[in-house]
Design a protein. Structure first.
Length: 383
């Protein structure tokens, strides 16, 4: 299969592009490299030293003999996107290429607008190129579990059957996102669903939970293939941040009471979920939604697990309950379904002591690169 990976220089996209290439697919990466630019603007760096994308791809070719084509540009530029796709002729597009940090989107008006225009317009351009030039192409789009928020009822996979005043229908599940970033994903979902309905496009929206870990079979092959691992208060996510905080002796930053519960998954499962979605495409006109996570944890659970794993390695780990910079429920019901990817054959890597151990050791290896000034959260929702 010819697969275009948009956002293939990022955390999930890089691991996925290599995995798909390793599995024998013809892969191209399209990326504007804007994430590297945002890091530079915020004066932050990933824990790991990531090589320029061209060196990464050269190393992959040298190691495996497999070529991954590269298109550098912005999907908000329609002519660029169209020409890259006409050159590559994809059977499927995996779309990771968005601004994906909730705190970044809440810095100020400018960052909220940047997030929503980058994400919504880029995705809309993609829908138009597919409609006009590749009507059979399967779109696999990264959404987020955060589209649903934290309702006091079970969360279904995309749709819910409702009985109202004696009538019954299956409708899109209600959305209660918690940041301008998460809202951008809701807007994308609506646009994709509409495009499937009016143009007969085929799409899979993967409502992914929080990804953790850094090594996959492919990114672990060579130092030049190393993936990014964010730990700063803007782009770093809960479990990855906690492991790096433990490694440098910083108290774990639990926001508020820590009862916030989320779906999580290992990055080795991200790459596999994408492949499973690609191998069984959505039907023409179908807007398919999968909840892509393997386990539910509260933030406090995650901190406790990292504390225990740290102690096993002889590291003393403290947990600190900080004033919550976000506006969110800190104690709530959360029960989300996630059976569709399991039905397609996903065999999850559940969070284990050995994974925590290896992630902590990984963090220790690179801990000299940590800038302590960027650990505490600085962006407030109510600022
Ligand atoms: P990332 O920031 O590491 O990677 C995103 C990549 O997309 C970057 O390389 C960036 O340069 C590129 N990009 C952004 N806007 C672009 C544009 N307009 N044109 C071309 N390229 C563009 O993010 P990630 O963690 O790999 O996340 C990838 C996707 O998965 C995102 O859509 C995100 O919302 C979703 N997701 C991530 C997580 C997570 O925990 N990391 C969880 C759930 C969902
Ligand atoms: N949190 C802490 N301490 C921290 C960091 C986060 O307590 O140091 C809490 C947050 O308040 C929140 C939860 O942990 O309640 C998750 O925060 P996060 O930063 O790990 O994740 P989030 O902002 O939700 O965003 C991340 C990715 C995003 C993806 C989303 C999936 O950046 O791209 O869409 O996870 S989900 O959470 O399921 O919506």
């Amino acid at each position: 299969m010819r697969v275009l990976v948009i956002g293939g220089d990022g955390y999930c996209g890089w691991a996925t592009a290599l995995h798909l290439s390793n599995r024998g697919h013809d892969v191209a990466i399209l990326d504007s490299l804007v994430r590297r630019h945002w890091d530079a603007e915020l004066c932050i760096e990933t824990l790991t030293p990531i090589a320029p994308i061209q060196y990464r791809l050269q190393r992959w070719r040298d190691l495996t003999g497999k070529t991954i084509d590269l298109f550098i540009g912005d999907i908000c530029n329609y002519e660029f996107l169209k020409s890259a796709m006409l050159t590559f002729q994809p059977d499927a597009v995996v779309h990771f290429g968005e601004q994906r940090s909730a705190p970044f989107s809440m810095i100020d008006r400018e960052h909220a607008v940047l997030t929503q225009s980058n994400n919504v317009i880029g995705n809309l351009n993609l829908l138009y190129v597919i409609h006009e030039h590749f009507p059979e192409c399967h779109l696999v789009k990264l959404g987020t579990m955060g589209e649903y928020g934290t309702p006091n009822i079970d969360i279904e996979e995309g749709y819910i059957t409702i009985e109202h005043n004696g009538r019954k229908d299956t409708l899109p599940y209600p959305k209660q996102p918690g940041s301008f970033y998460h809202l951008s994903k809701v807007h994308d979902s609506h646009n994709i669903q509409f495009a499937c309905r009016i143009w007969g496009l085929r799409a899979t929206d993967l409502n992914q939970g929080i990804v953790y870990g850094v090594l996959t079979e492919e990114t672990g092959m060579d130092e030049l293939l190393i993936n990014r691992l964010d730990y700063d208060g803007v782009f770093g996510t809960a479990l990855n941040r906690f492991c790096i905080q433990a490694a440098v002796g910083h108290p774990l930053t639990v926001y508020g009471k820590g009862g916030q519960t989320r779906g999580l998954l290992d990055i080795r499962d991200t790459v596999r979920c994408i492949e499973l979605a690609l191998l069984t495409p959505a039907a023409a006109g179908e807007f398919r939604v999968f909840n892509q996570f393997t386990e539910l944890f509260s933030v406090a659970d995650l901190a406790d697990k990292v504390k225990e794993a740290g102690q096993a390695l002889g590291i003393k780990v403290e947990v600190s309950n900080l004033e919550n910079p976000r506006v969110e429920k800190e104690e709530h019901y959360f029960n989300a379904k996630n059976t569709k990817l399991l039905d397609l054959g996903l065999q999850p890597h559940y969070l284990s002591d050995s994974l925590l151990d290896s992630l902590l050791n990984f963090a220790i290896k690179y801990k000299q690169r940590v800038d302590h000034n960027h650990i505490l959260p600085k962006v407030k929702w109510r600022a």
